[in-house]
Design a protein around this ligand. Structure first.
Ligand code: DGT
Ligand code: CA
Ligand code: CA
Ligand code: ZN
Length: 597
């Protein structure tokens, strides 16, 4: 079984619990959802981990679910799942992929109309809705029937729950909506929250909080957004809308006096909030998006908090950076006032993965701007150093001599730049070299003379098994000048799955030999992912955040790399390109490693 199948199964189990009794089973329900999330973002197939006896200790998976997974991978099924699913018709599960369908709604429709066939259930339901039979069900009505029909139509058009937005897309959408919202005089402040504020690599929907003393005015204005597709919901302090791109916007409003509690609640994550609520309860406190009150004063009003800081403080905690709010230990540390000081964008002193348009007849796409333009941009960003790392000359059609000539020509030009900018910025002569399927690097040994160091990476032959591809990378990295392993898993969000690697082996090798793992800041890569960064940080691996820019306007994407690094709890100390130039040069020249021998 593949990870996506397993996480789907766990989501189905959660759905079954919610149908049975949402209140009674809320812990199980959450545990299964959390485990499904964890497995979805896991860089390695569970099945491989199982074979290597490494299922324990995965963040987000407790011992009970771990033992269920062991049973699943060993026998292909789980006794307990079979039992609890016995009374639930299998035909509800396909309906759960349709936007707007929760487990209870699916269950009700399936049982009311006796829909038993999972393969045809969507079409069957559509026909029933077209006949007008859903409107007559108690608790449904004409509007719900129209919603069902629309949802099925959208689902058929591919607007399932599956594709998530990349960060720049979600940021831009949020910016457009907030610009519109702020046109209302009743709006005192409007912020994007949810996963966007937490900086997750992909975003499901956009959540916006508005501070106002005139909630109805704000909501009226919101639902009049000219480019909406339809309003999903309009309440007293919340509203949801689909905009014409098919994306969902959720709005919550609150008075300025209580805005801190809303910011906290609506930022999430859900798991963080659940843990926070449980902790509060253990102290006799009840928390909500309105504020905090004593549990025993059932009828009293919530005490309001203007800022998030004061809200966390009232619970005896340090303010927690949004990127950390995933319930992976941050609450415990905040209580002890021991949160790490996360890396900031202003800590970054340079970018080492830059493709200029200086032609060396590369194997892959070259950049669009001159070295000079990129240097000027780096100066504008306040950098102290940078590295040019065009792709290696293609190997098929160049001799060893030709490759050396091209790189020599490039080094001469870099030297010219060094001279011109010598009082402003330091320049490294790097190169992004393919690790070939054989593990060999794609330039001859003699060509390394023209490089200070090299970035190595994989751009082809992805389909190798985990052991072989790990060996291939280790071999590529074993060259003394190969110092950075770029975009390690090669994943492209919504396009290409990450390659599976034996990270344990790679971490150990890199630690011993002073190699760095890249955090590629390009928003469709964000590779390493937050989870792997956290692992690397725990192991003391050197990381470097690069943009992999092919044009100057991509150089400001560094912020996304910093965000994902923060989600991995990285501090300034973990990141190579926060160091001073001198430290950096000695690291590149392997002095640290030599000294250790
Ligand atoms: P997404 O949209 O899938 O990328 O992820 P989020 O984290 O933005 O999730 P979303 O949009 O469903 O909810 C936004 C925030 O609202 C979430 O992070 C925490 C809060 N929230 C939503 N539903 C619940 C809930 O049932 N319980 C609690 N405590 N908080 C919730
Ligand atoms: Ca959201
Ligand atoms: Ca939402
Ligand atoms: Zn590159």
């Amino acid at each position: 079984m593949k990870n996506f199948e397993i996480s789907k199964l766990l989501r189905n189990v959660a759905a079954v619990y919610s149908i049975k009794d949402e209140k009674k089973y809320r812990f199980q329900l959450l545990a299964y959802q959390k485990a499904a999330d964890a497995i979805e973002s896991l860089p390695t197939e569970l099945n491989d981990l199982y074979k290597e006896n490494k299922l324990q200790g995965i963040d987000g998976i407790g011992p009970t679910i771990q033992s269920r997974l062991t049973e699943l991978l060993k026998t292909g099924k789980v006794q307990h799942f079979e039992e609890i699913m016995k009374e639930i018709p299998k035909s509800i599960f396909p309906l759960l992929d349709i936007p707007g369908f929760g487990p209870k709604k699916a269950y009700k429709l399936v049982t009311q109309f006796n829909l038993k066939n999972p393969d045809t259930v969507i079409v069957d339901l559509e026909n029933i809705a077209k006949k007008g039979d859903i409107a007559n069900l108690p608790g449904f009505g004409e509007k719900s029937q129209a919603d069902v029909l629309r949802a099925i139509k959208e689902f058929k058009l591919g607007k399932g729950k599956s594709t998530r937005m990349t960060l720049p897309y979600a940021n831009e959408l949020a910016r457009i909506i907030i610009t519109y919202i702020e046109k209302s005089d009743a709006v005192l402040a409007a912020y994007p929250l949810g996963s966007l504020r937490r900086g997750k690599d992909t975003i499901g929907d956009i959540d916006i909080a508005v501070s106002t003393n005139k909630p109805q005015e704000v909501l009226d204005h919101f639902i009049n957004y000219p480019f909406k597709e339809r309003i999903i919901e309009r309440g007293d302090r919340t509203s949801s809308m689909l905009v014409s791109s098919g994306r969902q916007i959720d709005l919550m409003v609150q008075s300025p006096e209580g805005f801190g509690a809303l910011l906290q609640h609506f930022t999430g994550s859900k798991a963080h909030n659940v843990h926070l609520r449980e902790y509060a309860l253990s102290k006799g406190l009840s928390v909500s998006d309105f504020g905090i009150k004593k549990k025993k004063d059932e009828k009293a009003a919530y005490k309001k908090y203007k800022t998030e800081e004061s809200f966390y403080e009232a619970l005896g905690m340090q303010w927690i950076p949004p990127e950390m709010r995933e319930d992976t230990g941050e609450i415990e540390l905040a209580l002890q006032h021991k949160l790490p000081e996360l890396i900031k964008l202003s800590d970054i002193k340079g970018d080492f993965h830059l493709h200029s348009n200086f032609s060396i007849e590369e194997s892959h796409d070259s950049g669009q701007n001159s070295m000079e333009e990129m240097i000027e941009e780096a100066l504008r960003l306040g950098y102290k150093y940078l590295g040019f790392s065009e792709h290696n000359p293609s190997i098929g059609n160049h001799t060893e001599k030709e490759i050396c000539t091209l790189l020599e020509k490039r080094l001469k030009y870099i030297d010219k730049m060094r001279l011109k900018y010598k009082n402003f910025i330091r320049i490294f002569s790097l190169l992004e070299i393919d690790i070939l399927a054989s593990g060999k690097l794609a330039i001859p040994e003699s060509a390394f003379a023209y490089l200070d160091a090299a970035i190595v990476s994989i751009h082809s032959s992805f389909a190798m098994n985990r052991e072989n591809i790990t060996e291939r990378i280790l071999q590529g990295l074993s060259h003394p000048k190969a110092k950075i392993f770029a975009h390690p898993t090669s994943r492209l969000i919504n396009q290409r799955a990450p390659i599976e690697l034996d990270f344990e082996k790679l971490w150990n090798f890199c630690k011993k030999n002073d190699k760095a793992f890249e955090i590629n800041a390009a928003p469709q890569r964000l590779d390493l992912t937050d989870i792997l960064i956290r692992e690397a940080v725990n192991k003391g691996i050197t990381l470097i955040i690069n943009t992999d820019s092919h044009a100057i306007d991509q150089m400001n994407l560094m912020k996304y790399g910093v965000t994902v690094a923060r989600r991995g709890w990285a501090t300034k100390r973990d990141i190579l390109n926060t160091m001073d130039y001198n430290k950096l040069t000695s690291w590149f020249s392997n002095e640290a490693t030599k000294g250790g021998e």
